[in-house]
Design a protein around this ligand. Structure first.
Ligand code: ATP
Ligand code: MG
Length: 213
């Protein structure tokens, strides 16, 4: 069974935390590809300061020299809130049921999963791959319903991911990089340079388009 990694996010902007997570998971789980899926209208954030088109363009610049990585713009083609469940439904239509979809997320995102639209159905469409996000200051204990989902679907064996197309939760240790888009946006606002935290091509794009000024 083919294994496809999915990384959704606002990517405002994309940085090495996202890219390194995708690379390490692709290698350790033998993923056939990783799709980066920018959220057009993230339901739980105030509207991003930078358009979905610019955010997608930055993802494209960041992934274009890696043959495993692809930009997937399907959320930009929809109107209304960008719900992951709709994205997964659409990917299933496109790819069929013989590929395993591995939705990757950081611990901060998983902690809030129970606020996602139709979140109980997500595991019918994909596996979840959880990575630890360092220095998660707002770290909260998992609510009971997430504890129980984790308990029911957890596997420590990554080989399980290829035996079913969906339904497992796996945790993978990766190099923890304390990088966030929030601190990068603040860095630009303070007229400082976030070099070595993100691709130079993306920094150049931001400057050329005067984003985050
Ligand atoms: P913001 O500060 O604007 O929320 P962010 O850096 O958290 O931006 P997102 O686009 O919100 O980036 O994150 C998309 C996904 O990538 C989420 O699942 C998030 O947990 C994960 N992620 C982001 N940065 C890291 C990192 N440094 N290490 C591991 N996972 C990360
Ligand atoms: Mg975030």
């Amino acid at each position: 069974m083919r294994l496809i990694g999915l990384l959704g996010g606002t990517f405002n902007p994309i940085h090495f935390g996202h890219l390194r997570m995708a690379q390490e998971l692709a290698e350790v789980l033998s993923l056939d590809e990783v799709r980066f899926i920018p959220s057009a209208n993230p339901p739980h954030k105030t509207a991003p300061s930078v358009s979905a088109k610019h955010r997608a363009n930055m993802v494209q610049l960041a992934v274009e020299n890696n043959p495993l990585f692809k930009l997937d713009t399907r959320e930009l083609q929809r109107i209304g809130a960008s719900y992951t469940i709709d994205t997964l439904t659409s990917l299933r239509h496109e790819l069929g049921n013989n590929v395993a979809l591995c939705l990757m997320m950081g611990s901060d995102a998983f902690t809030k999963l129970n606020s996602w639209h139709r979140w109980q159905e997500l595991l019918n469409f994909c596996h979840l791959i959880l990575v630890q996000r360092p220095n998660n200051r707002t770290k909260q204990p998992l609510v009971k319903e997430l504890e129980s989902i984790l308990h029911q679907h957890y596997t420590q064996h990554s080989e399980d991911l290829t035996s079913y197309a969906a339904g497992y939760i796996h945790m993978q240790a990766i190099t923890e990089l304390d990088i966030s888009s929030t601190t990068i946006r603040e860095t630009f606002k303070r007229k400082l340079m976030p070099r070595y935290l993100m691709p130079e091509t993306v920094i150049n794009y931001i400057q050329a388009n005067q984003l985050y000024v």
